[in-house]
Design a protein around this ligand. Structure first.
Ligand SMILES: Cc1cc2nc3c(=O)[nH]c(=O)nc-3n(C[C@H](O)[C@H](O)[C@H](O)COP(=O)(O)OP(=O)(O)OC[C@H]3O[C@@H](n4cnc5c(N)ncnc54)[C@H](O)[C@@H]3O)c2cc1C
Length: 461
């Protein structure tokens, strides 16, 4: 019987740093991934500086930097009626990188293997093994493996989450359809772009552009999800049409050659999942996936891996592993909820443009405000502190005014915007009430922690 201290399912942004951190702490770790490396995975590839900082602290950064990923020095942010470019000095703002996932994930896996984690790639986990109501291991095609803790770092379609029946909470439907292309020969000096522009048919398209390692460049365009199917009928042509709404991006890729197909992610939604129970814990996308608009998923997975490693070490030392993974889950929720909400807000394509303008225009006028907004991206400022109450009140007043004026001129657009606002308001209220960090949720969590589901399945069908 093969036994480890910890088995980690999934070896990318969450799994590999966790494997490295736990191995460095002297634990016997086995990390399994059904993929082999190098290999790609859906991502628009901007790695925020707080994730880079984790890699530095864990001793994994040098291997990534050896591939020469570009360091962002400017961020151009666009809302429907304003644009501002911010110079981000890596010395003071931190190092934001453009990384292909083929390069990054392989470097992370190599780092974990280098320090002695037992890395098994091309090895799919079929489900967890449960004894007396506790997860004690995993089933793989080449046999059963046992451990004191099983970690699901296996992404959105997590096998571990499904095996233990982890339920979702505070979820939100997809706002836009992400599509992206990688180019060779693009203007990689053009810098890093993100934002949204108004579409002729109503709503906004989200954009992102980032230079990558290997002299490549990634451009992404995300149309509202309800026009996604018609977009996909002629996806290459429509992608180029959407890029023209964002001339800076269209210009950067104009004479470039697309490498590989246009990538699309059709089925996704934002969620939290119950993330700890007897003998198991979920980290990274397996436990929380947020709209990708602000490019936070990789750095969140890395930060979570770092803090989870500390919780696991303490859990084994004190013989209270379940208590510590449960406490870590609460930290994860508190850490995540503001950014989760912000991503859902930015990812909603039918909110009145006046709302985005009211938030972003002050940034275009005042470099101090712009820097605060950029602080949201690298997590130095919580979103609700970066945008002052006055700006929210102005945004509300301008949004209401715009809706009233718009209802006479474009009643259909105004109705759709009003619906989007109402849906966002309902979602926000649900987040405040049901989330452990919300005022009501915090009390509820304190009195009676959300119970982990009982584990019945031993393997997935
Ligand atoms: C369209 C899009 C754009 C994005 N853009 C950005 C961005 O610009 N910046 C950013 O920071 N984040 C971005 N993200 C988010 C980011 O890609 C994820 O948050 C990040 O990859 C999460 O890492 P993870 O390790 O938790 O999961 P994943 O990267 O999903 O890795 C999970 C691993 O588990 C393995 N696995 C799954 N099931 C099994 C099994 N049964 N057995 C064995 N192995 C298994 C998979 O093979 C995979 O390798 C984006 C996401 C999307 C969808």
């Amino acid at each position: 019987m093969e036994t480890f201290d910890v088995i980690i399912v999934g070896a990318r942004c969450a799994g590999a740093p966790l494997a490295k951190a736990l191995t460095d702490r002297g634990l016997r770790v086995c990390v399994l991934d059904k993929a082999t490396f190098p290999s790609d995975t859906p991502s628009t590839s901007a790695l925020q500086s707080n994730g880079v900082d984790v890699l530095r602290r864990l001793g994994m950064l040098d291997r990534v930097l050896a591939a020469g990923p570009p360091v962002m020095r400017s961020v151009t942010t666009v809302s429907p009626h304003s644009t501002f470019t911010l110079d981000v000095d890596p010395q003071t703002y931190g190092m934001t990188l453009g990384v292909t996932r083929t390069m990054l994930d392989a470097a992370l896996v190599e780092s974990a293997a280098h320090v002695g984690a037992d890395v098994r790639v091309g090895s799919a986990v079929k489900g967890v093994i449960v004894e007396a109501g506790r997860v004690v291991g995993v089933r793989t095609a080449s046999g059963d493996l046992y451990a004191g803790l099983v970690v699901g770092a296996d992404g959105r379609n997590s096998t571990v989450a499904a095996s233990v029946g982890a339920s979702e909470y505070c979820s939100r439907a997809a706002g836009r359809l992400p599509t992206w292309s990688i180019y060779e020969g693009a203007d990689i000096e053009a810098g890093f772009f993100f934002g949204a522009r108004s579409r002729p048919g109503g709503g906004t398209t989200g954009f992102l552009g980032t230079p990558l390692d290997g002299g490549r460049f990634l451009a992404a365009a995300a149309v509202p999800i309800d026009v996604g199917q018609s977009f996909l009928k002629d996806r290459y042509r429509n992608f180029d049409i959407e890029l023209e709404l964002f001339p800076e991006l269209a210009e950067a890729t104009r004479d470039a050659t697309r490498v590989g197909p246009l990538r699309v992610l059709q089925r996704w939604h934002s969620y939290f999942r119950t993330s700890a129970g007897p003998g198991w814990v979920l980290v990274g996308d397996a436990g929380n996936f947020k709209d990708y608009s602000l490019g936070q998923g990789m750095s969140d997975a890395m930060r979570q891996a770092e803090t989870l490693a500390a919780a696991v070490e303490l859990g084994f030392e004190t013989n209270r592993i379940d208590a510590h993974t449960r406490r870590w889950w609460r930290w994860r929720d508190q850490d995540a909820w503001q950014m989760y909400w912000t991503n859902c807000l930015i990812g909603e394509p039918y909110l009145p443009e006046a709302l985005a303008d009211a938030i972003f225009e002050p940034g275009a006028r005042d470099p101090e405000v712009a820097l605060r907004l950029a602080g949201i991206l690298n997590k130095t400022i919580p979103p609700l502190r970066a945008v002052p109450t006055g700006a929210f009140l102005t945004a509300t007043a301008r949004t209401t005014g715009a809706l009233i004026a718009g209802s006479a001129q474009h009643p259909r657009h105004a109705l759709r915007q009003a619906r989007a606002l109402a849906s966002m308001a309902r979602f926000t209220a649900g987040l405040v009430v049901n989330h452990p960090s919300g005022p009501v949720g915090a009390t509820r969590y304190g009195r009676s922690p959300r119970s982990a589901p009982s584990v019945t399945a031993t393997t997935l069908p």
